[in-house]
Every structure is written in structure tokens, then in C-alpha cells.
Design a protein around this ligand. Structure first.
Ligand code: SAM
Length: 353
């Protein structure tokens, strides 16, 4: 490609991602202000230490810069950046701000497992560790309302970097199966995403490897329903409601098994079981990848910020997650060539079966 055009795309994408980030950060600031007015203390706690704030900003920009390069080099298709409609987005902002206040009140009162009727019915058949709220969403992952709000909430939480962090999961796929994003890309591959939620990363995988067969799996029926709607335009996709620690698949089937933002929400023992299951259903030589929060050993300077997270949000297993390096779990599970790559407050950890 013409180097001038490539440079223009790179700057354009970087500018777009920074602008998008600023847009979600403004919503985070509004949430902080509103919750502070409505509830003593408010949330989420703002990072006040200048050096940490500057360091985090630098990490964020570095992630956007790396992505901009990948888009400019046509390794990632620009369609991945398509924003949702303005009206739909704008209407949801108001709902989320009000929800933030309500959930903070509930959390302060210790009511982290209070559910709507729809969620209560579904909760009873789920594992105990799953029957609770996470982040600042009501009904955990158990109501259609939660599914509708989830992606937007996560973008507010991560200053608009959630999608870019999810796309870290694509990097080892690019290395193995590039060039991707072209019409025949992915033919013959079988990929499984566990805990896929509303299918955001699944969409990116299909945009990258259109011909791959993708199995989108999650424990939440309502999140999967939303994923099904969001991915309706793609062929070769199926949806399976299942716990990641007991997958209903034959051994040795998949060329890649990935998860995004799952492990920090699980008790340690379940984290180990999930990993063992991901490996069991993968074929020899397959890619096993996980994107999740950074841990203190990745950036010791940010340890205080990481420790604040479960104080602000209901994240009962996060503290234990911080104490058990994800790379170590992959190595203990017997994976080869374990590697990691950080991106803002998340990291990709991957290995080979
Ligand atoms: C933080 S969300 C991440 C969703 C999605 N991967 C994303 O990037 O937005 C965690 C997801 O994990 C799912 N989940 C939690 N525990 C699970 C389990 N044991 N088995 C399968 N899915 C699980 C939840 O239903 C939820 O969709």
C-alpha cells in the first residue's frame, strides 16, 4: 500500500480510538460525579497519583498505537471499528448512570445477590460462585436487561479500551494464520470461544477469519441470545450454553480455544478446571489463549489500582486472581511456549497444547 495512505490510516485510527476513549471516559467521570452526589463516597475511585495516572494513559495510548499500526497494515479490517448507532448509544447512557447509583447503594448495603424475578429463576441452576452481580450491573449475567447493557458498561469501565483489549486475543491468530481478514481466511479451522458473553470478541474473530467455524459458548442463556442476534450476519457459527469447566465437546476438536475477561471472575479451583477443559477439547498443537486483567507482577506500580478494583465493584475472586499469575496456571496445565503481551490494564496469555 502507498506509505502515505498507510500513515494516514494509522493516524486516523489512532485519533478515532483516542476520541472514542475520551467519549467513554467522559461517561465514567459523569458516573463518578453522580454517584458521589447520590451516595457518600461514590465510585469508581479516581486514580489521584499523577505518576500512575500518566503511566496508565501511556499504556492506553500504546495499545491504541499498536492497533492503529495493525489496521494500517491491513492486518485487522477497518470494519471492526464500526460504532453503534448514536440514538441507541445515547439512550443507554442515561440508563447506565441511574443504574450505577442504584448498584452502588445495593453494594453498600451488602445486597450483591439481589436479583430480578427473571434472573432469580435462572440463578438457581447455576454454580454458586456465578449467582451474583459483577461490575456495576444488576442481575449478574442472568437477565436480558443485563445483556443489553453489558458491553457499554465495560467500555465505560475501561475508558473505551475494552474492544482494543479484546482484540489482543487476535494477535496469536494473526501470527499463526495470517494473512487474515480476506474472504477465504480461516477455511478448515475450528475455533471455540468460552465465556463469550454477548459475542463481542466472537465478532472480531469472524471478521478476521470469515471461513473459520466458530463455536460461541457461555453459561448465560440470555447473553448467548444477544450474541446470536449480534452475529446473525455470519456463517459457520454455533452457540452452546455450557459451563467452561465442563464443556460438552469431544476431546481434540479445536484449533484454538480462547476466553476474554473470564478468569478473574472465577474461584482458583474453577480457573484450573476451565484451563484443563480448554486444553482437553483442543487438538495437539492448538492455540490456547486468554485475555484478562493484568496482575501485580506485570506492573508492580499499579498494584494499588488493581487492589482498589474489587473494593469499588463486586468482584469476589479478583483478589485471589491477583495472587495467582495466569502464566503460571498455563504452564502448570502443561502448555508449551507460554507467552504474554500486555495492553493497557489487560494482558493476553497464550500457549500451545
Ligand atoms: C466479564 S464477562 C466477559 C464476556 C466476554 N468474553 C467479553 O469479552 O465481553 C464474563 C462472562 O463469563 C461468563 N461466565 C462466567 N463464568 C462462566 C463459566 N463458569 N462458564 C462459562 N461462562 C462463564 C459470563 O456469563 C459472562 O458472559
Amino acid at each position: 500500500m502507498d506509505p502515505v495512505l498507510s500513515r494516514l490510516i494509522e493516524w486516523g485510527v489512532f485519533g478515532f480510538e483516542v476520541g472514542r476513549g475520551a467519549h467513554f471516559l467522559a461517561q465514567m467521570r459523569a458516573l463518578q460525579l453522580l454517584t458521589r452526589i447520590a451516595v457518600p463516597g461514590g465510585f469508581p475511585t479516581r486514580v489521584r497519583q499523577k505518576s500512575i495516572e500518566a503511566g496508565l494513559r501511556q499504556e492506553l495510548f500504546e495499545l491504541f498505537r499498536q492497533e492503529a499500526r495493525l489496521f494500517a497494515d491491513r492486518k485487522l479490517p477497518l470494519a471492526m471499528l464500526k460504532p453503534e448507532g448514536l440514538i441507541r448509544h445515547g439512550l443507554r447512557v442515561g440508563v447506565l448512570l441511574v443504574d450505577g447509583v442504584r448498584l452502588l447503594r445495593q453494594k453498600k448495603a451488602g445486597r450483591t445477590t439481589q436479583f430480578s424475578e427473571e434472573a432469580r429463576e435462572k440463578a438457581d441452576e447455576k454454580p454458586r460462585y456465578y449467582q451474583r452481580n459483577f461490575h456495576f450491573q444488576e442481575d449478574g449475567y442472568l437477565s436480558s436487561r443485563s445483556a443489553e447493557l453489558y458491553e457499554h458498561q465495560v467500555e465505560i469501565l475501561f475508558a473505551g479500551a475494552a474492544d482494543a483489549m479484546r482484540r489482543l486475543a487476535l494477535r496469536p491468530m494473526l501470527e499463526r494464520w495470517g494473512p487474515t481478514g480476506v474472504p477465504g481466511a480461516g477455511k478448515g479451522l475450528k475455533i471455540l470461544e468460552v465465556a463469550a458473553g454477548t459475542g463481542r470478541t466472537s465478532r472480531f474473530i469472524k471478521q478476521l477469519l470469515p471461513q473459520a467455524h466458530l463455536t460461541v459458548s457461555d453459561l448465560s442463556e440470555v447473553y448467548l441470545q444477544k450474541a446470536r442476534r449480534e452475529l446473525a450476519e455470519f456463517d459457520h457459527v454455533d452457540f452452546v450454553e455450557a459451563p467452561a469447566e465442563a464443556l460438552p465437546f469431544q476431546p481434540g476438536q479445536f484449533d484454538a480455544v480462547v476466553s476474554v475477561f473470564l478468569f478473574h471472575e472465577l474461584p482458583l479451583e474453577v480457573r484450573r478446571q476451565v484451563l484443563a477443559e480448554k486444553i482437553r477439547v483442543a487438538r495437539p498443537g492448538a492455540l490456547i489463549a486468554a485475555v484478562d486483567s493484568i496482575q501485580p507482577h506485570d506492573f508492580p506500580d499499579y498494584a494499588a489500582v488493581l487492589e482498589q478494583f474489587p473494593r469499588d465493584f463486586h468482584e469476589p475472586f479478583f483478589r485471589n486472581y491477583l495472587e495467582n499469575p495466569l502464566e503460571g496456571l498455563l504452564e502448570q496445565a502443561g502448555l508449551r511456549a507460554v507467552a504474554k503481551q500486555t495492553g493497557f490494564v489487560s494482558k493476553l496469555v497464550h500457549g500451545t497444547t
